[in-house]
Design a protein around this ligand. Sequence first.
Ligand code: EPU
Length: 337
Amino acid sequence: MRIEENKSLKGYNTFGIDCSAKYFVAVTSVSELQQILSEEKFNNRFIIGGGSNMLLTKDIDALVIHLNLKGKKVLSETDNTVTIQAMAGENWHEFVQYCINNDFGGLENLSLIPGNVGTAPIQNIGAYGVELKDSFVSCDAIEITTGKKRTFTKEDCNFGYRNSIFKNEEKGNYIITSVTFQLTKKDHKLHTGYGAIQEKLTEKGIKNPTIAAISEAVIEIRQSKLPDPKKLGNSGSFFKNPVIDSEKFQQFKINNPKAPYYELSPSEYKIPAGWLIEQAGFKGKRFDDAGVHKNQALVLVNYGTATGDEIWQLALKIQQAVKDQFDIYIEPEVNII
Ligand code: EPU
């Protein structure tokens, strides 16, 4: 393990923000991770997985640990299902593709989500009617203060919409080292009803889609709306879609009869933040190198040299404009560091 000093983190966060780490180390095994956690000299640590859900607004005055844990293995199989474990440092999309190539079903709707396997449970990644929790079995994690291993079951994780125990009670306490999934080997449960998937399949003339066809449809939809972080720095949806109560919703509907919405229950309604931001006039806007994506207003982008603070100031401006126009508070989905 080589510890570097004053290392730029530009290549380690998908926003491409050029902040630096006082110390930096990449670990390639769980034992290396435990070893570095036991070193008292570095009792201030900061973990980076895929760097896909964070906005760095300052240099990190700590030891940044980059999780480079690789590997995947089938733990058990039945005629219908397979239980598979992937290490935290595996790229999420490559893992999804591996599953599809082996005809393991369950993750196809989550194709092309940026980031790594180990960070996926933290915010319970989701897209097109499917969430990570739907095929999640458990994850192994190391407690930062003790270096001890703990297995979190699905119940332990307390998953919600873009939410889990790792964003609440256990925030900053554990490092996820691997995730175990249960996937289907046959009779795959296909989710084609949400968003633009059915439309895309019809457009392609596909009547009985395979999981590979769904994955391809999702990839095409995402590529048409969401910028590729390798080409344009971004962190996917910057805000969560807000949930409002029925009283507020009734008024919202009267004022905005054409607004899209999802009824979660008779007392809760989710409004797409992208729509609110577009109505507030920010879609496609650019302020120096910080901007709002032209095809999806929920995504903030770094055109090259924006600082984390410039992006954060833009986010605050958007938040205020949406509040002023709709009296709705939109909360960031990404972690602001
Ligand atoms: N909309 C607009 N203007 C925009 C963007 C969206 O009017 O600029 C409208 C759309 O027309 C549509 C509605 O808002 O009626 C919803 O848009 P979309 O289907 O694109 O989904 P979203 O709610 O904006 C969520 C997730 C995405 C996920 C998609 C598809 C959140 C915060 N975001 O976006 O997740 O890919 O659904 O399931 O829940 C991510 O988390 O990084 C992410 C990209």
